[in-house]
Design a protein around this ligand. Structure first.
Ligand SMILES: [Zn+2]
Length: 67
């Protein structure tokens, strides 16, 4: 099993972690358009503007047009 020779300091860890986050962010955009109302929405989360998830309204919409 490979063992590291020295512990990495917080600055070195931060530099490498920043590169990982940037790379993963390019591959997986964290904001997508809602299929119901086309508002920006985080994937696999309920849309905060219309309250829809997977084609079903699961929470009350923020705007006044619902009910
Ligand atoms: Zn929506």
């Amino acid at each position: 099993m490979a063992l590291q020779k020295r512990r990495r300091g917080p600055a070195t860890t931060g530099h490498q972690r920043s590169a990982w986050m940037k790379k993963s962010g390019e591959n997986r955009p964290m904001v997508q358009a809602c299929p119901n109302c086309a508002a920006p929405r985080i994937p696999h989360r309920v849309c905060m503007s219309c309250g829809f998830y997977n084609g079903v309204q699961v929470v009350a919409a923020k705007s006044a047009d619902a009910e």
